[in-house]
Design a protein around this ligand. Structure first.
Ligand SMILES: [Fe+2]
Ligand SMILES: [Fe+2]
Length: 357
């Protein structure tokens, strides 16, 4: 037993009970099992201990003066940094209602009274082990999501580096997209998806030869048909990925050059057949391209660019989106000003975003 406790690095258990006659045998049993123990007489005192002593596990009575066990448990669960702290509530054997309330309050587990003092150490050890496993699992899941996001972000930068003078374009256009999405009433989850997937819209440009991608003059018909394949190339790169984020990136890469009137590419989709995320990114992408300096053009003013967007409402762009875009233009301009190209030369952008941290 002690070996196993050692393995868990002498966990500190907080016992919360207003009755000394309950705390004493609990302390004795847990100390014998190798745990360190602190005691509190009520929920308020326990909450103080939790914040100051950071126990590894809390065992609390339910009925206590000042703050009861349910409230203590809810108070702990409200703190993000304490969400993994195991809280065990001690309830009466036949009190099913209390057990249900315990789970609703966010308790990790419950123990029934009268408590078997000989087994309490084992019980606490298993609960602790389960809680730590759950925490480790959640952390590795979060790490996976973080790494996935980072790879996507860097792929987006790699594609953008081949195309534009700076990497600010994808920052601006993804923020414009998320803002348009918010104003269109997308859920915060979908806004987040849009923000993180939009940087991949041109990832297929990785497969376009420099002679076409960086050509300063007008493309020939043949060159343009090769250029257009960056949509399907991007789609191929991102296809068959189960994550919602990459599915969204896939849709955006494929459809960000479709036009509302059906004259776009690669499929010639029309109106609402074009996925909303693709329509949003199309508008955000073009506005940023118009207002930016490119190898073949000087930047247009906001006014000129807005006129062009309005002129293309109903042909290139979804008219509803254009209306939304005009409504939020001051916020769009704020994003544009916050991510200007001027102070981010090409080479710096590459080394900053592609070099290991
Ligand atoms: Fe594109
Ligand atoms: Fe773009």
């Amino acid at each position: 037993m002690n070996e196993l406790v050692e393995e868990l690095k002498n966990p500190l258990v907080l016992i919360v009970d207003d009755e000394l006659l309950q705390r004493l045998p609990m302390r004795e049993s847990l100390e014998q099992a190798g745990f360190r123990v602190v005691e509190a007489e009520n929920g308020m005192q326990a909450w103080d201990f939790v914040q100051n002593k950071r126990p590894d596990l809390v065992i609390s009575d339910v009925v206590m003066p000042r703050m009861d066990g349910f409230t203590l448990c809810q108070t702990i669960r409200q703190r993000q940094e304490l969400k993994h702290l195991p809280v065990v509530l001690a309830t009466s054997l036949d009190d099913l209602a209390s057990i249900e309330r315990a789970y609703h309050a966010g308790a990790t587990d419950f123990i029934t009274k009268p408590i078997n003092w000989g087994l309490i150490g084992h019980r606490v050890r298993y609960i602790l082990r389960g809680a730590r496993t759950a925490q480790a699992l959640e952390e590795s899941k979060l790490e996976l999501v973080r790494v996935r996001l980072e790879i996507i972000r860097r792929l987006g930068w790699a594609a953008e580096y081949r195309d534009n003078e700076t990497g600010s374009h994808i920052q601006r256009m993804s923020q414009y997209s998320a803002l348009i999405g918010r104003t269109m009433g997308l859920s915060s989850h979908d806004q987040e998806l849009l923000l993180n997937a939009a940087p991949m819209h041109d990832v297929g440009k990785i497969g376009i030869p420099d002679s076409i991608l960086l050509k300063p003059g007008k493309l020939t018909v043949e060159e343009f048909s090769i250029m257009k394949t960056h949509t399907t190339l991007g789609g191929q790169l991102l296809d068959e990925e189960p994550s919602l984020l990459l599915r969204t990136a896939y849709l955006i890469a494929l459809t960000h050059h479709e036009r509302w009137d059906g004259s776009g590419y690669p499929f010639g989709l029309e109106r609402e057949d074009i996925p909303l995320m693709g329509r949003i990114c199309s508008l955000a992408d073009v506005f940023d391209a118009l207002t930016s300096k490119r190898p073949y053009k000087q930047p247009w003013s906001v006014e000129e660019s807005v006129n062009e967007i309005q002129r293309c409402s109903g042909t290139a762009f979804d008219p509803n989106l254009v209306r939304v875009f005009l409504d939020i233009l001051p916020e769009i301009v704020k994003i544009k000003d916050a991510h200007s190209d001027t102070d981010q030369p090409d080479q710096d952008t590459l080394s900053r975003h592609l070099s290991p941290r």
